[in-house]
Design a protein around this ligand. Sequence first.
Ligand code: XMP
Length: 531
Amino acid sequence: MAAHDVLEQMRSAHRGVLIVDFGTQYCQLIARRIRELSVFSEICTPEQALKALGSGRYGALILSGGPRSVYERDAPRLDPSVLDYGLPMLGICYGMQWTAHTLGGEVVAAHDAAGREYGNATFSHDAGADHPLLKNVPATSQVWMSHGDEVRALPAGFEKVGQTQSCAFAAAWNPDRRIALLQFHPEVTHSIYGDKVLQNFVFGVAGLTADWNSGSIEDDTIAALREQIGADGEVVLGLSGGVDSSVAAMLIHKAIGDRLHCVFVDNGLLRHGEREGVEALFGRNFHMNLEVVDASEQFLADLAGVSDPETKRKRIGHRFVEVFREAAKKHRRAHFLGQGTLYPDVIESVAAHGGATSTIKSHHNVGGLPEDLDMELVEPLRTLFKDEVRALGRSMGLPPEVIDRQPFPGPGLAVRIVGDITKERCDALRKADHIFTSEVEAAGAHTSLWQYFAVLLPTVHSVGVMGDARTYENPVVLRVVESNDAMTADWSYLPEGLLRRVSNRIINECAGINRVTLDITSKPPGTIEWE
Ligand code: XMP
């Protein structure tokens, strides 16, 4: 059975929420909010909705917002027969307008209405303390509005339950069909009681059960993996030591034990202690079959004399594929390739390709593994968000160094040495980086940071003086950033005492480095990495 089918089957145990994506930027946020309530949720395109509902896996439907008007010719359309399923439903913004329009209400276009409404607004209602949708929501509260069109007349069977200053129907409710409509966005935190409204919908209106948690995810995934892989199937998995591949390895190992073959590639561009850490944790502690391939000489030979960042990345990518292909060949009986693909990658594929199979972007996660390996994918994390993966890893006993590991680029130290790569330069940077990161961690200064690392500028020389002698050596740059998603980042200031300690230690302990500098560039205009 294909990976996809098995995972779909596994979800059927948990009646979840199907979210139809009408093009809103908040769709993933809606899915996360529902999962934060320990209820499974999944996103689909309007075209996929009917088929998804037919699976019987969902106990409620949410129609998202979107940037279009129901009157636009190419506005997203949903087959109205989704309403025939009789599921409890929540329409948000465009989802409200589509529902009102489809059921015979009146939607007024932005140019005829009072105009666009964007930002905070005051929502008021007198629905009473027992209202299924507005229980525990005060009579007035702040909500987030972002719309052009709005509903002017509700369809038959709906009653108004709340308004803002400029929107007469900010919330509506059909008690017989259990359909709730909201013009505001309950999923964003600016809607102060938005989480209460979602909670009311999921439990009070739809009667779903809070059964989606690390324990149930682990049990379900292991059962699904066993079914997919079968009694004698074998899996090869590229283990980097990052949280995604580590949690994927743990799950597959729990499912099939020794039939999992992990491959860790040492490309000579790793940080201090990285290879040893993976060997100790996964090999000795968790007793996994772990092959460590030392390909550092090949990688460094490929990089000799190369200073262009894109050429570095390409050569590293190609070599990785070669090394992995060779390692996988040793396991002739392994017909499965394990990957740590996460749900956001799957959703992006679905949204961008309108329902094509969801393996489209999978290879991104492992830095471009060969597509012609002719192996079936095993992707135990493909329904999970990053924070769910972290929670799962924690509950399975992975240590904080793995769970909270800062992101480390696939091309490793090669994109932190501005110039061509040699073993000596890698060793120098590894040492300086280790001094920096271990001091930051010892001071407990890392918990709010996204990344903190050192960069080496081997082609820059500056004059210094050490012990009465002139030096003419290279600088190291300290890069420290805060970020939520790496799309934007802010540089961050560390305590002065910590910076002094790091500077002293790097100059004293790292031969060839005579200056330590601080990068105070945000992203944009900079990027987090230097190359
Ligand atoms: P930039 O430098 O583009 O980095 O601001 C954004 C985030 O992505 C990480 N990064 C990479 N991760 N392969 C990866 O897996 C790569 O080639 C790569 N390049 C950058 C970077 O560390 C930061 O977190």
